[in-house]
Write a protein that binds this ligand. Structure first.
Ligand code: PMM
Length: 291
């Protein structure tokens, strides 16, 4: 089976890429407030890379369900010094933002790409910024800002609806002058999705992979894993105890050909990606020797 093009400007690997999450926010669902200071955030970015992250994804605005927006200048104040320092240290980073002005400044400060949870919908200028930079652009499936997204989780068929809505975003990006090899798709687990929607999307990733663009999955520590691992009284497992389940998802999705995973705790996910790559290589060799 031919593989999709590798995104320009990010490490080319023979396994699933591991993107480490660095939220420079007071209120993200799993790590909110832990890395709100610049020095702590930079230290955590370096620790993510040391633990195996191929890229560090830096975000200054929480996207947890119900979150309020922060002003653009506050978002810039949070992320810019962190991206600058990570770039100076030789790390590859992406900027997690829906705002073109934030993306432009982050790219100028050394970010290698843009992770846009709105897939270009939130800001009409984003496509131009990405086209001018020629950098990778993660187009995530999105139906509205965090404050409203729970009410937007209605689908005829979540897998086909997400595919069709992502296809529209790809067409819009290409129409605005972005090249196909810059694009990465993401179904946006948890964004206007119930737990059942997330599981259905994970079950049918072949539908997205067939779009012939790299696919990124962000399942790390999300609520559907907490609910799956609830205790006997039905209390969800807390976010920082969901890393084993996250690594299991990485193994599942790497096996079906996902390009990358976005995770809080890189080490176990890198191990999972390496195990799957070895298994896939062995399978390919045994098919060759059968021919
Ligand atoms: N999830 C979150 C934030 N950014 N970006 C992409 N591409 N995919 C995701 O699933 C995603 C994202 C929310 O999780 P966080 O608060 O742990 O960052």
């Amino acid at each position: 089976m031919p593989s999709p093009p590798r995104p320009v400007g990010l490490p080319a690997l023979d396994r699933c890429l591991v993107m480490g999450i660095l939220n420079v926010t007071p209120d993200s669902f799993s790590d909110g407030g832990r890395f709100a200071g610049i020095a702590d955030a930079v230290a955590h970015g370096l620790a993510l890379a040391a633990a195996g992250a191929d890229v560090v994804d830096v975000g200054g605005e929480s996207t947890r369900p119900g979150a309020e927006r922060v002003p653009a200048d506050e978002e810039i104040r949070r992320v810019l010094p962190v991206i600058t320092e990570l770039s100076n240290a030789g790390l590859s980073s992406t900027i997690d933002t829906t705002r073109a002005v934030v993306a432009a400044q982050a790219l100028a400060a050394g970010a290698a790409g843009v992770n846009d949870v709105s897939g270009g919908l939130a800001d009409p200028d984003m496509a131009r910024v990405v086209a001018d930079a020629g950098c990778p652009w993660v187009l995530m499936h999105w139906r509205g800002h965090s404050r409203d997204m729970a009410s937007l989780a209605a689908y005829d068929d979540v897998v086909l609806d997400v595919r069709d809505e992502l296809r529209c975003r790809v067409d819009a990006a290409l129409g605005a002058g972005v090249r196909a090899e810059q694009l990465i798709l993401d179904p946006g687990l948890g964004f206007a999705k119930t737990a059942d929607h997330n599981w259905a999307l994970l079950d049918r990733l072949d539908v997205l992979i067939d779009m012939f663009l790299p696919v990124l999955i962000g399942a790390s520590r999300k609520a559907f894993l907490g609910r799956l691992l609830a205790d006997g009284a039905g209390i969800p497992r807390p976010p920082d105890q969901r890393d084993g389940a996250t690594a299991a998802i990485t193994a599942l999705v790497a096996q079906v050909g996902v390009w990358g995973v976005r995770v809080h705790e890189p080490a176990a996910n890198l191990d999972a990606a390496r195990v799957v790559a070895a298994a896939v290589r062995t399978q390919a060799q045994s098919v060759e020797s059968d021919d």
